[in-house]
Design a binder for this molecule. Structure first.
Ligand SMILES: [Zn+2]
Length: 742
């Protein structure tokens, strides 16, 4: 396995563990002061797939340690500024003359600071006219100055006395923060600042690990935070002083570069000798709060920094202070992994001064000349040809990459895998992912096709190989050999992936023939999946993978997700419309009775368990029978009600008929008073006996009908209502009957 070792420059060297099969590996983790961006994503994804290739493909045991820098000038400044800004808003909830005057002071100060930086840069460019880095930085500064000036004048035009102060303060946050910090930062209690720093770094550490998890990055075996290793750091600093390579000055301790570099067996800036005199990079490594006047050489870096007022501190033999940035990695890596590391990795930006200083410190402490055997540096990441920067508006956090740009973790990893890990990468936000999507789709379609082939092939086909089968298998063997060679050649994942894609193309043409060997095809599928798996490209959770039952995870999950989302929508709708609690109870019952049973979930109120996973068909049958019983009981109840209504209705129905109607119907005679006519309507004579009967009936019905009319006078709707109620119950019974499931 040949790798590019930054300590050996331009040639690849063989990676051999110091002891047996184990690789002791240290990686520089983040300084947790802000959100992680795509550059971080590339760095950590890169070392994740290299780690997987080394352990899962080449079979080495990797012991992987990562640090978190949670004591740092950037963290101190950020948390102090955030605190001062929030206190400022509390004191100035509305815009006052004082607030306007503060903005008028803070903003120009900030802009002038940027202008001074630009002037320095232009001076520097006169000395080094061809330095691209300086030019890029000048462009960046020019943009920032312009943006700040525009923001300032726009804000001052619209600001109004008495309005809520949070918006104008938010616009001016950066300059107001540094203005307030210059005024009050040093007066803050050191213990308070320690607490603020702790809260700040914990927040961003959590965010960092959430991002890493989303990117599918394996966690380290050991996580070390500098705040938890201060005594070990002090011990190492003491040893370096004892060995003559460090000195105390004004409560800080510095590394004596001259002494170290001129001692036989040692050399300073092994990784990047060309940067050894780069004051700007040196200053960045030292941090914005570092003292500058108390060193023998201006390039002597801090091992231990004296803490000034308003800065967190830990006790030490040199007074209260805190670790310098570089010493933490040397100390913690040695505590966990021992005095010699097999592999140390990090982003290329860390080469100088951070990694060069780590090397010098460890060598100065242990007296050997090689602390790290293999130094791996992942390449830089540009966005659409430009350096990523917040002011250039091309700054993409990992979260934005997922949420706004809609990249998936697999796509990002695929993208990084298709670039040489140690080379600079130009990340193309729009066009770049199109190619990845195509490749991803190509792989998925292949896996789907193979799945189909295997599921359809239930017979025992003829497995004797034809020349066609032998040829395909030879392609597989050739691919396996070449992928192996690519991975041994400095983890050339790009070549390996392209070889796999060629192999898939070969299978695709093979599949178009009629005589296909299932065993051969599934062997190739398994190989392709295994190598993608080694890279951390997981295709097994997509819809193409066969689970134990031959159903994909997605297909299993979808109906449950649907039920969950529908229920959520119902609840949201109800809440928006301010529905009463009945609405929500009905929704819950509906979920229990209608939605979850077909999914084989039996939800139980007041049971020993909230739910059971049951046999779907059996449970549906049980529910059906319960429903039939329930409807039948309702019909029973309604029928009783109907009978009562019917009796009442029939009674009034009899009384409702007028005496004239009654005698017409019964005897076919027409009479309007108590005088019975001689002839009926058919012209027949009415006998005396009948006349008597008719008159009796007439009188009786007159009394009855009077009762009815009296009731109607009292309650004009009573008859209609009775009739409607009766009809209604009749209809309800019919409806219930139609609802009985068959
Ligand atoms: Zn480090």
């Amino acid at each position: 396995m040949m790798v590019l070792n930054s300590l050996k420059k331009d040639e690849l060297v063989e990676l051999v563990p110091n002891e047996g099969n184990v690789l002791r590996w240290y990686t520089c983790g983040p300084t947790v002061y802000d959100s992680s961006h795509l550059g971080h994503a590339r760095n950590y994804v890169t070392f994740d797939f290299i780690r997987r290739i080394i352990s899962d493909y080449f079979g080495y045991e990797v012991f992987y340690c990562m640090n978190i820098t949670d004591i740092d000038d950037k963290i101190i400044l950020r948390s102090r500024r955030n605190y001062l800004i929030s206190e400022y808003i509390k004191k100035n909830p509305i815009v006052t003359e004082t607030l306007i005057s503060d903005l008028n002071t803070a903003w120009p100060k900030f802009i002038n600071g940027l202008k001074e930086d630009l002037e320095k840069n232009l001076e520097e460019q006169k000395k080094k006219p061809n330095k691209q880095e300086l030019k890029a930085e000048a462009d960046l500064l020019t943009t920032r100055i312009k943006q700040s000036e525009d923001a300032f004048s726009a804000q001052m035009k619209i600001i109004k006395l008495g309005e809520n102060s949070s918006a104008p303060v938010a616009t001016a946050e950066q300059c107001l923060g540094s203005y307030l910090d210059k005024l009050y930062g040093k007066d803050l209690d050191s213990e308070l600042v320690k607490k603020l720093c702790d809260q700040h770094s914990k927040k961003f550490e959590k965010e960092f690990f959430d991002d890493m998890k989303a990117l599918g990055i394996q966690p380290p075996d050991v996580l070390v935070r500098v705040s938890e290793y201060v005594p070990e750091v002090i011990e190492m600093v003491q040893q370096i002083i004892e060995n003559g390579y460090g000195y105390e000055s004004e409560g800080s301790v510095y590394f004596d570069i001259h002494k170290f570099h001129h001692t036989p067996g040692h050399a300073y800036a092994k990784l990047k000798p060309s940067s050894a005199g780069n004051l700007k990079k040196f200053a960045e490594g030292e941090g914005a709060l570092a003292a500058t006047e108390d060193r023998i050489s201006k390039f002597d870096f801090a091992l231990w920094k004296k803490s000034k007022p308003g800065e967190p501190s830990w006790p030490s033999p040199w007074g209260p202070g805190r670790p310098g940035w570089h010493i933490e990695c040397s100390a913690m890596a040695s505590v966990i992994l021992g005095k010699v590391l097999d592999v140390h990795c990090g982003g290329v930006d860390l080469k100088f001064p951070h990694h060069d200083n780590e090397l010098a410190q460890a060598e100065a402490c242990y007296g050997h000349d090689q602390w790290v055997n293999y130094f791996l540096h992942s390449g830089h990441l540009d966005i659409d040809g430009l350096k990523m920067s917040k002011s250039m508006k091309n700054f993409i956090t990992i979260r934005e990459a997922f949420q706004k740009l809609k990249y998936t973790p697999r796509q990002l990893r695929f993208y990084f895998l298709l670039h040489t890990w140690c080379k600079r990468m130009n990340f193309q936000v729009k066009e770049g992912m199109g190619d990845i999507e195509k490749k991803e789709k190509f792989v998925i379609e292949f896996l789907t096709k193979v799945k189909q082939l295997i599921s359809e092939d239930t017979s025992q086909p003829n497995e004797s190989w034809t020349p066609n089968d032998v040829a395909l298998h030879n392609t597989l063997l050739k691919t396996q050999t070449e992928v192996d060679a690519a991975l041994k050649n400095n983890f050339d994942t790009k070549t390996a992936i392209l070889l796999l894609i060629d192999l898939i193309s070969a299978v695709n043409s093979y599949l178009s023939s009629k005589d296909r060997k299932t065993l051969l095809v599934s062997k190739i599928r398994d190989y392709v999946l295994r190598i993608f798996g080694v890279f951390g490209l997981n295709f097994s959770t997509s819809s193409v993978t066969e689970g134990a039952s031959g159903v994909s995870t997605e297909d299993i999950v979808r109906p449950y997700a649907r039920a969950l989302v529908d229920f959520r929508n119902q609840v949201r709708e109800g809440a928006k419309k301010k529905e009463g609690h009945d609405y929500f109870l009905v929704s819950c019952d509906n979920l229990r009775d209608k939605v979850t049973p077909p999914l084989g979930i039996k939800i139980v109120d007041d049971g020993e368990f909230d739910f059971y996973l049951v046999d779907k068909d059996q449970y549906l049958e049980e529910l059906k029978n319960k429903q039939i019983d329930n409807i039948k009981a309702q019909i029973q109840k309604k029928t009783t009600q109907l009978k009562a209504k019917e009796t009442a209705f029939n009674k009034w129905e009899d009384l409702r008929i007028s005496p004239s109607e009654l005698v017409l119907k019964k005897y076919n005679v027409t009479m309007e008073s108590e005088e019975v006519p001689a002839l009926n309507n058919a012209g027949g004579k009415v006998s005396d006996q009948n006349k008597k009967k008719i008159l009796t009936d007439w009188k009786k019905q007159l009394t009855n009908n009077t009762k009815f009319n009296d009731e109607l006078a009292k309650n004009p709707e009573f008859y209609e209502k009775l009739k409607n109620d009766y009809e209604k119950i009749k209809k309800e019974i019919q409806d219930l009957q139609s609802k009985i499931p068959t």
